[in-house]
Design a protein around this ligand. Structure first.
Ligand SMILES: C[S@@+](CC[C@H](N)C(=O)[O-])C[C@H]1O[C@@H](n2cnc3c(N)ncnc32)[C@H](O)[C@@H]1O
Length: 271
C-alpha cells in the first residue's frame, strides 16, 4: 500500500468542489492558465493521427479543457470525484464520456488510454504514489501522461499572514518536490520530465483572493487546524487582522501578490 501523504475526507471534498461547480470558472483564472501551459506541453496529436486515439482528463472539474482535448483524440473521457463538477462538464457538449471516480482507484481497465491529461487535481490525493501507479496502469505502453500539480510553498504569503493572526496555517498542504519525486519513483516511474514554475497572481485586495479560493471550492480542504476557529476573535476581526498582516506583501505597484508553485510533469510509459 502506497504511503499516505494526507488524510482527505473524499466525500466532503467532492461536496465542496461540487457546490462550487456553477461559479468555479469565474474564479479559475489561475487554473485556466496552468491547464493552458499543460496543453502546450502536449503535441497537438499526442500519439499520431490514428482515429482510435483515446484520452483521459483526470480531475476534469467543470470540463473547461474537454473541448480542446476532444480535438486531440477520437474518444475522450473526463473523470472527476465530484458529481456536481461532472454536471457542469456535461453542459460543455464536448462529446466526452463523463465518469465519476477516484484517481487513486480508477474505474478503467489496464492500458485503456493513449494519453492522460490531469491539471491541478492530483494534489488532493491521499496517496500520490497510488494515483501515479493508477495513471501508469491505465495508459497503454508507449502512451503519455501530462500532469500539473501544486507544490508546497503555494500561497506561502497567505499562510504567513494567517500565522500572525492565530498561529495556524489555514492553507492546504502540498507535496514538496522531493516528495513528489519519491511518489513517482514509488509508482515505478523513472526519468519523469518535471518543470517547476512559480505563478504570481496579483490582487488589489485580499478578499478577492479569498473569494477565488472559496469560489473554486478549494479553501482549507486538508488543513486540519483551520476547521475550528480560535476563541476570542470574531470572524470579522480575524479577517481584518489577516488583511493587515497581508499588507506586508503589497508590491510597489500597489498590488497584493499570491504565489503558487506548480510542477508540470510529462511521463511516458515504456513500450
Ligand atoms: C482545482 S479543480 C481542477 C479542475 C480542472 N482540471 C481545471 O483545471 O479546471 C480539482 C478537481 O479535482 C477533482 N478531484 C480531487 N480529488 C480527486 C480524486 N481523488 N479523483 C478524481 N478527481 C479529484 C475535484 O473534484 C476538482 O474537480
Amino acid at each position: 500500500m502506497a504511503e499516505r501523504f494526507q488524510t482527505v475526507d473524499k466525500a466532503q471534498l467532492a461536496r465542496r468542489f461540487g457546490a462550487a461547480a456553477r461559479h468555479y470558472d469565474a474564479h479559475a483564472r489561475f487554473q485556466q492558465e496552468v491547464g493552458q501551459a499543460l496543453l502546450e506541453l502536449m503535441p497537438d496529436r499526442p500519439v499520431g493521427t490514428d482515429l482510435t486515439v483515446s484520452g483521459l482528463d483526470l480531475g476534469c472539474g467543470t470540463g473547461f479543457f474537454l473541448p480542446t482535448l476532444a480535438t486531440r483524440c477520437a474518444e475522450l473521457t473526463g473523470l472527476d470525484l465530484a458529481p456536481g463538477m461532472l454536471e457542469q462538464a456535461a453542459l460543455r457538449g464536448s462529446g466526452a464520456r463523463l465518469v465519476c471516480g477516484d484517481a487513486e482507484q480508477l474505474p478503467f481497465a489496464d492500458n485503456a488510454f493513449d494519453w492522460v491529461f490531469s491539471s491541478l487535481a492530483l494534489q488532493w490525493c491521499e496517496r500520490p504514489a497510488q494515483a501515479f501507479a493508477e495513471l501508469l496502469r491505465v495508459v497503454k505502453p508507449g502512451g503519455q501522461i501530462f500532469f500539473a500539480t501544486l507544490l508546497d510553498d503555494s500561497l506561502w504569503q497567505l499562510r504567513a499572514a494567517w500565522q500572525q493572526v492565530d498561529g495556524r496555517a489555514h492553507v492546504n498542504r502540498f507535496l514538496s518536490l522531493p516528495q513528489l519525486e519519491q511518489a513517482l519513483a514509488a509508482a515505478g516511474i523513472s526519468a519523469p520530465e518535471l518543470r517547476c514554475i512559480t505563478w504570481e497572481l496579483a490582487y488589489l485586495e485580499l478578499p478577492q483572493l479569498l473569494r477565488d479560493l472559496k469560489g473554486i471550492g478549494a479553501n482549507q480542504i486538508n488543513d486540519e487546524g483551520a476547521r475550528s476557529a480560535p476563541a476570542g476573535l470574531s470572524g470579522r476581526a480575524r479577517l481584518q487582522r489577516l488583511a493587515q498582516a497581508y499588507e506586508a506583501f503589497r508590491q510597489p505597484d500597489g498590488q497584493l501578490v499570491a504565489s503558487y508553485r506548480v510542477c508540470l510533469g510529462h511521463l511516458g510509459k515504456p513500450c
